[in-house]
Design a protein around this ligand. Structure first.
Ligand code: ATP
Ligand code: MG
Length: 589
């Protein structure tokens, strides 16, 4: 390819709304252009790298025995009504009506489509197991699309679905996908952190997220420096620690009855701690939460809006994702001031579990070693002291709802956690019979009996993966593509595309192209500095500079190195072929 024919359009300025490196560089290198909020188009150069990422995914999945297919992106709403997700998906799912008035969905994910296709295709146990996948467009009406293609509204996802007849077979399908994922990210030159989680539904480690470190990551990872414990903060647990008194000793039980004290104008835990000359660990913090679609029976909570009072040691924070999970709820949020006042009979700041009747108490496990504690007194400017959990209040439920922080201890080995921000590139998940049951998928087993298959689902965000490669591989001058994902592997830059420099460049171009190398020849009539800057920005891994004063030598430079080597023109193409092949072999190993 010659640059003059590529519609290359690089930008010197950093686009105003782009804050992360990959977003800035994709726009500056002319890989993508924005058509609308969360809607990015790939320009010819960008599409080449996107296709490479897709093809690495495709090759590894095919090798693992998965089958590619292509369901439609537009799916009948009926299927989503069958699975029950028509009502639960919320506004991220884009719905429309066709001219006949029928409901249609622009796929945000494709469990329904694949399940329906399998239902109509597989009838006997002999046809199982299968793992099907697509690399296809998704649409999610994200409330806040951001960071370019990292979180777009339209994006490409590889989504795979396994169908198995028993747990052992599902475990094998799952492991196949996990192994393929590891190879996929390695081949692209991405360092991923794998985060396992117990999904509850299927037992054991039923889910694994593949994350990349990122300063602007949406996920917080809790990591152990000693063992391989890695968890999303939403799920992370830590070794329980004993509540300490102000002298650093375990808190001791008291025989004194709890008692009201006046605490005028002290509201925060820190204010209280200095007022009572103690530490935040002496306090039971009580937070009133409003629960949406609670999946468990909550005593005394009859109306549409349900509430709980969550108690936790004063120095800790409640993890809303964990709370949501134990309540089997779709959402929890802190109650508004009005609801807090109604439930606690006091202004905000005086909630406590003693004598609280209008909301059931959920006690974090940290409460279990607390004694002689301080709580809100359910009256303005009043707190209780000498509170004994168990004696003075009985929780409706005790559970781990604590947010794990750096410095907390690993439950497996006891080392102190550290934390990193991350972005999820891929996810594998054992689903069980959630969709096959609701959508009535059956097969006949060896005895001619009808059975329900079980499923796993597996997703990789293709655009997000591409952007993450740039996040990991760039410098102040631009992108530094890995050899497997670069739009072109080699750039030939004649100082001037004329005379002997043109002849030499064309010769190299022909030789390299014949050897199967992807070459970009910068034939533009621009100053050399401009061409060098552009090639650095678009990040081609190998650059050959053909200048009159160096001939019969040419300059070969790797994008990720500062030093260039002079190589005789006659040897240049074989040398460069070797560099490219070695680099590919290293990544593809
Ligand atoms: P997130 O928590 O980031 O919203 P998710 O849990 O909604 O992700 P999945 O439903 O598991 O994501 O989708 C599989 C993959 O698709 C994700 O791991 C991610 O790489 C990608 N993905 C999801 N939403 C987007 C988006 N809006 N833009 C780009 N990629 C996305
Ligand atoms: Mg999402």
């Amino acid at each position: 390819m010659k640059t003059s024919q590529l519609m290359l359009s690089t930008l010197r300025e950093i686009p105003a709304d782009a804050v992360i490196a990959s977003h800035q560089l994709m726009l500056r290198a002319g890989l993508t252009r924005k058509l609308g909020n969360g809607l990015y188009s790939y320009m010819p150069l960008g599409l080449r790298s996107l296709r490479k990422v897709e093809n690495i995914i495709r090759e590894e999945l095919d090798k693992a025995g998965l089958l590619e297919m292509k369901p439609t992106v537009v799916v009948p709403g009926e299927l989503w009504k069958e699975s029950g997700r028509w009502n639960t998906m919320g506004v991220e799912m884009l719905r429309a009506k066709n001219r006949g008035g029928q409901d249609i969905v622009i796929s945000p994910t494709a469990e329904e489509a694949f399940t329906a296709l399998v239902r109509d295709t597989l009838t006997s146990y002999k046809q199982y197991p299968v793992i099907l996948y697509q690399i296809n467009t998704k649409y999610r009406d994200e409330i806040r699309p951001r960071y370019g293609v990292m979180r777009g509204r339209e994006f490409i996802m590889m989504d795979a679905y396994s169908f198995d007849i028993d747990q052992k077979s599902l475990d094998e399908s799952y492991e196949k996908c996990a192994a393929a994922y590891r190879r996929i990210f390695k081949r692209m030159g991405l360092s991923t952190i794998s985060v396992k989680a117990d999904t509850g539904a299927m037992g054991g480690s039923g889910s694994e997220e593949f994350m990349v470190e990122s300063e602007v990551g949406d996920d917080t990872l809790i990591l152990c420096p000693k063992c391989d414990y890695a968890a999303n903060v939403e799920k992370a647990t830590c070794k329980s620690d004993v509540a300490l008194d102000k002298d650093g000793n375990p808190q001791k039980a008291t025989d004194l009855p709890y008692e009201e004290i006046d605490t005028p104008n002290v509201k925060t835990i820190d204010d209280l701690a200095s007022f009572l000359k103690t530490t935040p660990q002496a306090f039971i913090k009580t937070l009133i939460y409003k629960v949406s679609n609670c999946g468990i029976e909550l005593p005394g909570q009859k109306g549409e809006d349900k509430f709980v009072a969550v108690c936790i040691r004063g120095d800790l924070d409640v993890n809303e994702a964990k709370l949501c999970a134990i309540l089997k709820a779709s959402d929890v949020e802190l109650a508004c001031d009005e609801d807090v006042t109604r439930i606690t009979d006091a202004p905000v700041g005086f909630a406590g579990p003693v004598k609280l009747t209008k909301a059931p108490v959920i006690a974090d496990e940290s409460i279990s070693t607390m004694h002689d504690a301080v709580t809100g007194g359910l009256k303005k400017d009043v707190h209780f002291i000498h509170v004994e959990p168990g004696r003075d209040f009985t929780p409706f439920m005790s559970a781990d709802v604590r947010t794990v922080k750096p410095g907390d201890k690993c439950p497996d080995c006891g080392a102190e956690f550290y934390t990193k921000k991350g972005n999820e590139l891929g996810h594998i998940f054992k689903l069980g019979d959630k969709y096959t049951k609701s959508m009535n998928v059956t097969y006949l087993d060896e005895n001619g009996k009808q059975q329900t298959p079980i499923m796993g689902c597996y997703g990789i965000g293709v655009d997000r993966t591409l952007a993450s490669i740039i996040e990991e591989h760039h410098d102040e001058n631009g992108i530094v593509w890995t050899m497997t994902t670069a739009p072109y592997q080699v750039a030939i830059v004649p100082v001037k595309y004329d005379g002997v420099m043109k002849e030499s460049s064309d010769k190299l171009y022909d030789e390299l192209t014949k050897a199967g190398i992807e070459v970009l020849l910068d034939d533009r009539n621009e100053r050399p500095g401009v061409k060098f800057k552009d090639m650095d920005l678009i990040g081609i891994p190998v650059r050959i500079v053909v200048g009159e004063k160096n001939l019969p030598n040419v300059e070969v430079k790797m994008r990720n190195q500062t030093e260039a080597n002079l190589v005789p023109l006659e040897e240049a193409s074989s040398k460069v072929v070797q560099i490219v092949q070695e680099e590919l072999a290293k990544l593809n190993a």
